[in-house]
Write a protein that binds this ligand. Structure first.
Ligand SMILES: *Cc1c(COP(=O)(O)O)cnc(C)c1O
Length: 409
């Protein structure tokens, strides 16, 4: 039997649909983010990264790098096993305390990634609630969808951020049915924000539990970086907060935070926690350093918002199709998978600007886009150069520009 044919056929399907993905070979330069070296097929080149989810550049922060190096030097590299086999190393204990404090919760539990925390966290929680009905936002991340699927219980999807629809489903479920509402606080493809206060109102009124993915908000919103829930003053009303250490905190790992008994139950039952090796001590120490720093320093958050606002303003003024977004995400509409990929290639090859194309299935077909993520370290000169490069690429590909706003009389 020729097994290769199956894999080649699968790859050809992606090529035919223009969905085959290529990842650039990049090497970031600590201390000079967003500058990086691109190991291109034609040799090494300097490029500027405009699509990193290391939103605040914490991955190069001296305190964070320092903590990682110091801890690895002092205690070594790996964790030495699952926590069931090898116990919990001390930096991980400190990190979980830091995270519980960040979200004002009794406890937190660390996983190897945000993906795993959603997948195994949601499925375990729902399995522990008899006859649980999951109410899930239509645009939830794949890791949450997988968690819901693995839970195996009944689930209903409410229209994205539509609290009236959510209320209909809560009423239809009846007061006696246990219900778990699952949503994100900040949706990272459009940059829109969930009405968390209203969702909490409904959860309280109809007796539902709430689980909120704050992956794209932790570190970046709220006075201490606790996320949108902290910013909106509803953190104490959310039952389970889920987050990542891999985006604004610049490291790796995921977690949930909530009441002690909820966290203890997940710790005791979740296969995706029990049967996998804990994160290394050096990563835990680095993450703790990033979280601690962002609890008291607002400079990164303020500068981040300022840079995002300026990028939106400059690109919009140039006539580029910036999609409306309430947050730090700057999506630029392309609406065609081929041209989206082409635009990304031209930006990199001709202008030394790296922005990954966002195509189906990450976003709906026909809404392909370039997703731009300015950081505190993208200065005015880089923003102007980005606008200029985009205009040239737009021209070359025959992509439409908006009418330039008329100059004030
Ligand atoms: C990136 C992402 C995750 C997964 O987090 P990782 O730590 O990268 O595994 C979970 N939820 C959302 C909404 C994400 O965008």
């Amino acid at each position: 039997m020729d097994y290769s044919q199956f894999f080649n056929a699968a790859l050809n399907r992606l090529h035919d649909e223009r969905r085959y993905r290529v990842f650039a070979d990049l090497e970031r330069i600590a201390g000079r983010f967003p500058h990086a070296t691109w190991h291109s097929p034609k040799g090494s080149r300097n490029v500027v990264i405009w699509c990193s989810n290391d939103y605040l550049g914490m991955g190069q922060h001296p305190k964070v790098v320092g903590a990682m190096v110091e801890t690895a030097t002092r205690v070594g590299t790996g964790a030495g096993g699952t926590r069931n086999i090898a116990g919990t190393h001390h930096p991980l204990v400190a990190l979980e305390a830091e995270l519980a404090d960040l979200h004002g919760k009794q406890a937190s539990l660390l996983f190897t990634s945000g993906y795993v925390s959603n997948q195994t966290g949601i499925s375990t929680l729902a399995k522990l609630i008899p006859n649980c009905l999951i109410l899930s936002d239509a645009l939830n991340h794949n890791s949450m969808i997988e968690g819901v699927r693995q839970a195996g219980c009944e689930r209903q999807i409410f229209r994205h951020n539509d609290v009236a629809h959510l209320e209909e489903l809560l009423i239809a479920a009846g007061p006696d049915r246990p219900k778990l509402i699952i949503c994100e606080s900040l949706y990272s493809m459009d940059g829109d924000v969930a009405p968390l206060g209203k969702i909490c109102d409904l959860a309280e009124k109809y007796g539902a539990m709430t689980y909120v993915d704050e992956v794209h908000a932790v570190g970046m919103y709220g006075p201490r970086g606790g996320g949108i829930a902290e910013r909106d003053g509803v953190m104490h009303r959310i039952d389970i907060v889920e987050g990542t250490l891999a985006k604004a905190f610049g490291c790796l790992g995921g977690y949930i935070a909530g009441k002690a008994e909820v966290i203890d139950a997940v710790r005791s039952y979740a296969p995706g926690f029990i049967f996998t090796t804990a994160l290394p001590p050096a990563i835990c120490s680095a993450a703790t350093a990033a979280i601690r720093h962002l609890k008291t320093s607002s400079w990164e958050r303020e500068r981040h918002q300022d840079r995002a606002a300026r990028t939106k303003a400059i690109l919009t003024a140039a006539g580029l199709p910036v999609m409306s977004s309430d947050t730090h995400i700057v999506p630029l509409f392309v609406g065609d998978p081929e041209k989206c990929k082409r635009a990304s290639d031209l930006l990199l090859e001709d202008h030394g600007i790296y922005i990954q194309p966002i195509n189906y299935p990450t976003v709906a077909k026909g809404t392909e886009r370039l997703r731009i993520t300015p950081s505190p370290y993208h200065d005015d000169g880089l923003i102007d150069a980005l606008a200029e490069a985009l205009l040239q690429v737009w021209d070359r590909l025959g992509l439409p520009l908006h009418q330039k706003p008329l100059a004030a009389e």
